[in-house]
Ligand binder design. Structure first.
Ligand code: UT7
Length: 332
């Protein structure tokens, strides 16, 4: 059976930088509050209307292919993880495939929010190990900025999220010293409404009303304290499970690349697992929470900066809406 590896990584963020002070001009918040509670200093937003998650994904895929040493035309499957698809349907993977000139290449959209990259990695791994596909473009991309509520009411959610994209080219390797070791994912829908975007909804007739707009149903809503509690319980639990199953101790880890939802959550998780702080990658200060893009974006930057190197043993835990959570163990 083939062994799966991340052959190359790429990322892209839009050029528009939005600082905490910029947000404080729009609603009641402050740079101090945001930095203290989340670690975020700034985030990126799309420059103008009309740029979707699939547009952000194009340069990320091109960079990932270059780093993997393959042509874009060699991609034989796309997995597109996003909670903010360009349109309700079809999936962003179809738009992306078209923009990349990949007519006929299968494109699967998955909706697993902050754990989307891990769910996608598990699917790509299974496809590659059974020989179904050879080079999967696993994309995480989000345009959050067009859904946010820029009023006092929405401030708890709005300060957290940013736009961005990243891609991992996942493929087979014969190198015994690298590869994906394990991915474990979970979901518990009892928390579905703790962090969600209710409308427009196919569950309602009509799907969208003026009242829904007035009631702010069209913006994401979150019970932040409860999400925080769950995240700080589930991320260490699933990390421990993956490490124990594979006989790996935290001391053996070279790097931890967690989902970037809140710097405090990741500090809490690493303390609970007794992971040395210098092994934990944070880039939330620059990008906020980019959801499905967050782990591959942080990993891609860590590689670019020389912080993550070939052969490193890396743990990648995540928790997010759904609730969904998981962890992956990778020899880069
Ligand atoms: O990707 C996974 C999804 N998301 C998460 O993992 C997020 C998980 N949750 C969190 O990160 C935190 O709960 C938040 C950062 C969202 C909030 O931090 P907190 O320490 O839990 O604050 P809180 O919700 O308990 O609110 C404390 C105060 C409240 O005021 P009062 O009631 O104490 O007067 C809020 O109204 O802070 C207020 N507040 C704000 N103040 C300034 C809430 N949002 C803001 C804001 N600026 N943006």
């Amino acid at each position: 059976m083939a062994r799966t590896a991340i052959l190359g990584l790429g990322h892209y963020v839009p050029s528009k930088v939005v600082t905490n002070d910029d947000l404080a001009k729009m609603f009641d918040t402050s740079d101090e509050w945001i930095q203290q509670r989340t670690g975020i200093k700034e985030r990126r937003y799309i420059e103008e209307s009309g740029i979707g998650a699939s547009d952000l994904a194009v340069p990320a895929v091109e960079m990932a292919c270059e780093n993997a040493g393959i042509e874009v035309a060699e991609i034989d499957a796309i997995i597109f993880a996003t909670l903010s698809p360009d349109f309700n349907f079809p999936g962003s993977g179809c738009f992306l495939g078209d923009k990349l000139g990949l007519a006929g290449v299968p494109a699967l959209d998955i909706r697993n929010q902050c754990s989307g990259f891990l769910y996608g990695l598990q699917i790509a791994d299974a496809w590659i190990r059974c020989g179904m596909y050879e080079r999967v473009a696993l994309v995480g991309a989000e345009v959050h900025s067009t859904a946010l509520d820029f009023s006092d009411e929405g401030r708890d959610v709005t300060v957290l999220f940013g736009d961005g994209a990243a891609c991992a080219i996942v493929g087979a390797t014969e190198d015994e010293n690298r590869g994906l070791i394990d991915v474990e994912v979970h979901a518990d829908g009892s928390g579905a409404k703790e962090l969600w975007l209710e409308g427009p909804a196919s569950a309602y007739k009509p799907r969208l009303t003026h009242e829904m707009i007035d009631n702010k149903t069209v913006h994401p809503a979150m019970n932040g304290r409860n999400v925080f509690r769950w995240a700080t319980a589930k991320m260490p639990e699933v990390s421990q499970s993956v490490l124990e199953r594979n006989g790996v101790t935290v001391d053996e880890l070279d790097l931890v690349v967690p989902h970037q939802a809140n710097k405090r959550i990741n500090e809490f998780v690493s303390q609970k697992l007794q992971i040395a702080p210098e092994k934990v990658v944070h880039n939330i200060q620059k990008y906020g929470n980019t959801t499905a893009a967050s782990i591959p974006l942080a990993l891609s930057e860590a590689v670019q900066e020389g912080r993550a190197k070939k052969g490193d043993l890396i743990l990648m835990p995540a928790f997010g809406a759904g609730f969904t959570w998981g962890a992956a163990l990778l020899r880069l």
